[in-house]
Write a protein that binds this ligand. Sequence first.
Ligand code: 13P
Ligand code: SF4
Length: 354
Amino acid sequence: MNSQPLNLTKIVVPEHPQWPSLSDQEKQAIKARISRKLEQQNAVLVAHYYTDAELQALAEETGGCVADSLEMARFGTVHSADTLVVCGVRFMGETSKILNPEKRVIMPDLGATCSLDEGCPADQFTAFCDAHSDHTVVVYANTSAEVKARSDWVVTSGIALPIVKHLAEQGKKILWGPDRHLGSYVQRVTGAEMLMWPGSCVVHEEFKAVALERIRRLHPDAAVLVHPESPENVIQQADVIGSTTALIKAVSELENKEFIVATDGGIFYKMQQMAPDKVLIEAPTAGEGATCVSCAHCPWMGMNSLQNLEQVLDSGGNEIHIDEAIRARAVIPIKRMLDFAAQQGIGMQDKGNA
Ligand code: 13P
Ligand code: SF4
C-alpha cells in the first residue's frame, strides 16, 4: 500500500477448536436429528470445503451445497429454502444475507471470522479509498458488509482474474483489498495497475517455500496445487493456482497420481471423494522460518461442528442481521460479480478458474 503506513489492530488467532469426539453411532444420530430439523424449518446447509468432513457430507446428503465462496453466494440465491444455514466463516453468512434479505441466514458460530476480514477495518479502508478516489475499488469476498458497501466490485478467488483483466482492459486503475498475496498474483497475471491493502490469510501465509522444494524433490511426479492466498515463492512452484473448486477439479482431471496441496486441509474430503485413487500430500507449514499457528487448518472454519449446528437449529439464534443502508450498497458490487460470472459461465461448481 503506498499511502501512509497503517497501524492495523493485531489479529488474534484463536486456538483450533476441540470438539468432544462422537462415536459413529452418535454421529449418525445427530445427523439424523439435524436432517429432520432442516426439513421442518425449510432450511438448507450451505457449507465451505474447509469445514469438517462430517458437515460437508451432511450438506450433500440433505440437498445442500458444499462449495467455494463464489458458488456458496450463488447457491443461496437460487435455492427455495426459507433459511440458509451457512457453515463457513462470517463473511459467507453476510454475503448470503446481503443477497437474500428476505431469508433467515443463521450460522453455527457468529464468531467464525477470517484474518482478511479482521485485518481490513471499514473506517481505515474507507479512508484509503477516499485518498485514491480515481481508482476502481475491488474487494475480495473475505470482507465485512461495510467494506463491500464501499467497493465497486466484489470478487472471489474463482473470478478475480477475469474481472481484474476486464477492468484493466478498460484502462481502470485498481485499488485492491485486502489480500496482498492474491492481489499481487492477480497483478502479475493481468498486468493491471493496482494499489494493495496489506492484508493476508494467516492459514495460507504459513506455507513454506524451502520446505516445499524439499517435498517436491521427494515426490518429483507430484503436481503442486496452490491457493493464491499463499506467498509468491510458494505460488511460483505451483502447477495449478486456483480457487478451492479449481484445485479439486485439478485432482480429478490431471493424470498425476500424487498431489502436494497448499491450502486448508478440509479440502481433502472432497478431493478424496472425487479421486479416491490419488495420493494427497499436505504442503509444509513447518521448516525454515516456521511459526505455524494454524498449520493449514483455518481455526475459524473449525468453529463449525455437528454439535453447534444442531444447537443453532434448536435455538434459532446466531442470525445474521445487516443494516439496510449498508446492505443496499453492498449488494451492488456482489451482484455485479454474479452477473459477470453468469455472462462468462464461471462459478458453476466445476468451473473455478483463478
Ligand atoms: P475460495 O473462494 O477459493 O473457496 O476461498 C475462500 C477462502 O476463504 C480461502 O481461504
Ligand atoms: Fe480467512 Fe484464511 Fe480462514 Fe480462508 S483460510 S477463511 S482466508 S483465515
